[in-house]
Design a binder for this molecule. Structure first.
Ligand SMILES: Nc1ncnc2c1ncn2[C@@H]1O[C@H](COP(=O)(O)OP(=O)(O)OP(=O)(O)O)[C@@H](O)[C@H]1O
Ligand SMILES: [Mg+2]
Length: 210
C-alpha cells in the first residue's frame, strides 16, 4: 500500500508521518517512510539545489524537472521495489505537490505536467492521500516560528502568500477531481488529536498482513 501526505507548508506532514509509521510498525507492518524531494542519495542532492535560498533565479520549468527527476529516482530505487516486497510506503509529498505547486502555484500547463509525471513515475499513483487541511497563513506562521528555533526556511517557504493561496486552491481542485483517493484531515489542533484522525482514516484501509 502506498500512502502519501500532502498539504501546505507547515501543515504537519513531517510531524504526523513519523507517528503513523511508528503506529503501523507496532501493528506488525513493514514500513518505509520517505520524503520528497529526496529519499535517495541522488534525490537528496537535488533537494539541496531546490531548497537553497541562493537559487532564487530558478525558472519554473527547471524547478518542475528537478522535482520530477528526484521523484523518478525515488520511484525506481525505493518505492516500486518495496511495494513489490509487500511493504507499506509512506511518502511526505508526491505527485500532487507538483500539480499544486508547479501547476496551480507557478501556472505551468497541467496537461503537460500530468504527462511528465506519468513518464517519471511510470504511472505509479498513491492508493491513499492524506491532506492535512490548514490555511496557508496558519501553516506559514508555524513554519516561521519553527525557523526561528533553527528549522530550515527554504526557497518555497519564502514565496509570497498569494503563491501559497494558489497552491491551496489547487489542492482543493485536485481533491474534488479524485475524491475516493483523498482523505481530508483537519490539520488544526493538538498533534495527538490529528494523529488519531489520521489513524481512523488509515487503519480501516490497510491490507491484511500475510
Ligand atoms: N498540530 C500542531 N500544532 C502546532 N504546531 C504544530 C502542529 N504540528 C506540527 N507543528 C509544528 O509546526 C511546524 C511545521 O510542522 P511540520 O514540519 O510537521 O509541517 P510540514 O507540513 O512538514 O511542513 P513543510 O511543508 O514545510 O515540510 C513544526 O515546527 C511543528 O513542530
Ligand atoms: Mg515537512
Amino acid at each position: 500500500m502506498f500512502i502519501t501526505f500532502e498539504g501546505p507548508e507547515g501543515s504537519g506532514k513531517t510531524t504526523q508521518i513519523q507517528f503513523l509509521a511508528a503506529a503501523l510498525r507496532e501493528q506488525g507492518y513493514t514500513v518505509t517512510q520517505t520524503r520528497e524531494p529526496g529519499g535517495t542519495d541522488i534525490g537528496d542532492q537535488i533537494r539541496e539545489v531546490l531548497h537553497t535560498l541562493k537559487n532564487e533565479k530558478m525558472h519554473a520549468r527547471t524547478e518542475l524537472l528537478l522535482y520530477t527527476a528526484s521523484r523518478a529516482q525515488l520511484v525506481a530505487e525505493v518505492i516500486r521495489p518495496r511495494l513489490a516486497a509487500g511493504e507499506i510506503i509512506l511518502s511526505d509529498r508526491y505527485i500532487d505537490s507538483t500539480l499544486a505547486y508547479q501547476g496551480y502555484g507557478r501556472g505551468l500547463d497541467l496537461t503537460t505536467l500530468r504527462l511528465i509525471l506519468d513518464f517519471a513515475t511510470e504511472g505509479l499513483k498513491p492508493d491513499l492521500t492524506l491532506y492535512l487541511d490548514i490555511s496557508p497563513e496558519a501553516g506559514l506562521e508555524r513554519r516561521q516560528s519553527a525557523a526561528k528555533q533553527g528549522a530550515e526556511w527554504n526557497r518555497l517557504d519564502a514565496l509570497a502568500l498569494d503563491f501559497h493561496q494558489r497552491v491551496h486552491v489547487g489542492y482543493q481542485t485536485l481533491i474534488q477531481l479524485e475524491p475516493a483517493r483523498w482523505v481530508v484531515v483537519d490539520g488544526m489542533g493538538r498533534v495527538e488529536i490529528i494523529q488519531e484522525r489520521i489513524r481512523q482514516a488509515v487503519f480501516p484501509r490497510l491490507p491484511r498482513r500475510s
